[in-house]
Design a protein around this ligand. Structure first.
Ligand code: PLP
Length: 395
């Protein structure tokens, strides 16, 4: 990209950048939208809820008509649990495709809900492939639903959701997608990728503040979900039916968070929607990865699997390197980074999402270089074990 974007205004003077996958750095306008109170019953707030649901549905593209959007109070996990507990019935069987913490969390949720399930566990980051899914489904006709994670935020891998969706559709099963950290920046259109429902939340790629998640599901699935949930507060059907009838959330809505989210949606739209948002994040990632590789640091994933959401780097194989000290020194430079989640080798993560651009990512690279030399780290290459580990993943 040779066209340099104008600098994004600073979130707020002196506030650190959150290089984390949500909560993340939000714009001043988004924060400012929280400076008034709204009555949850009032028509103004009901209109805000309706607008928000419609704007989110628009992101599905032309095939959105058969879908509806149901917001749910709480963090993203609450919305995942609402989706899993409401859109599957007792007696259904679920295949979970796991390659990280969020896949494992979905499996644990199903366990807690008492839903029969099997897990395809690919470890820390290897992607579940379409042919594996097709094979598992053909061998187990009892499986009714498949759960996939779109971007597995724990490694930053962009899973091959399209081939997974094709395999699930070919086998006549239903796909539930945790698109928490991807929706709004990476296309997920039902005319291209067949799915039953997806889930995301306010504080990821739409760049809102935390406080609710939302499920976008086929209306048929929402209609049929009556009585599935064994939870009152996480009953997606009930929340949907109530919202359809009254325009209101069933219980106290996060009013300020919704106001901020609407402002964030305006900025998302002004940036060019999903394509514009995705392009900025991809530029952030490309700037970050090129700069860090220039310092001798290496990514866990090969280019083809790198999401524009968050990137995992191996810790340098140098006795002078310690994550805690690295973290504190980066924080002193106004950058909050994220620890790694790999079980085999040490790593750290840098998020590419939030109200940041390539100018900021260049500063992140500069801060990293300064910090490493301040710590006396001379060998920035990863240990042998990390390279061996990485060779498990095809190019
Ligand atoms: C952020 C995230 C979630 C939800 O996490 P919360 O901490 O409950 O908001 C779920 N799945 C993925 C892939 C995520 O990135």
């Amino acid at each position: 990209m040779n066209q340099i974007r104008p600098r994004l205004p600073l979130p707020r003077l002196g506030e650190p950048y959150l290089l984390t996958p949500g909560p993340l750095t939000t714009s001043f306008r988004t924060k400012e939208a929280m400076l008034r109170d709204w009555g949850s019953w009032d028509g103004d707030f009901r209109a805000m809820t309706a607008t928000m649901r419609a704007r989110l549905l628009e992101m599905l593209g032309p095939a959105r008509d058969g879908f509806d959007c149901v917001p749910m109070q709480g963090s993203g996990t609450f919305a995942v649990e609402a989706m899993l507990g409401s859109l599957t019935a007792r007696g259904d069987k679920v295949l979970v495709l796991s390659n990280g913490a969020y896949g494992l969390r979905a499996a644990r949720t199903l366990q807690q809900l008492g839903r029969d399930h099997v897990v395809l566990d690919k470890g820390d980051y290897l992607p579940p492939r379409g042919d594996e899914v097709a094979d598992l489904l053909s061998r187990d006709p009892a499986i009714s639903h498949v759960v996939a994670v779109h971007c597995e935020t724990s490694s930053g891998i962009l899973n091959p959701i399209s081939e997974v969706a094709d395999a699930v559709q070919a086998a006549g099963r239903k796909l539930l997608i945790d698109s928490m950290s991807a929706f709004g920046a990476i296309d997920l259109r039902p005319d291209e990728i067949p799915f039953e429902a997806l889930v995301s939340s306010a504080n990821k790629c739409i760049e809102g503040v935390p406080g609710f998640g939302f499920v976008i599901a086929r209306k048929e699935a929402l209609e049929q979900a009556v009585g599935n949930s064994s939870s009152l507060s996480l009953d997606l059907h009930d929340q949907w039916a109530h919202m359809e009838k009254t325009g209101q959330w069933r219980f106290t809505p996060p009013t300020h968070v919704v106001a901020a989210f609407l402002e964030a949606l305006n900025q998302h739209h002004a940036e060019g929607g999903v394509a514009g948002r995705g392009a900025r994040y991809a530029e952030n990632r490309d700037t970050l990865v090129a700069g860090m590789r220039g310092l001798g640091l290496e990514t866990l994933l090969r280019d083809r699997w790198l999401s524009p959401i968050i990137v995992t780097f191996f810790c340098p194989d140098d006795p002078k390197f310690a994550f805690d000290s690295f973290y504190a020194r980066m924080k002193a430079r106004n950058f909050i980074i994220y620890p790694g989640k790999l079980t085999v080798v040490d790593s750290f993560r840098i998020g590419c999402i939030g109200h940041m651009d390539a100018h900021v990512m260049r500063q992140v690279v500069d801060a990293t270089g300064e910090t490493l030399s301040e710590m006396g780290v001379t060998n920035t290459a990863p240990p042998e074990a990390a390279i061996r580990e990485r060779s498990k993943l095809a190019a």
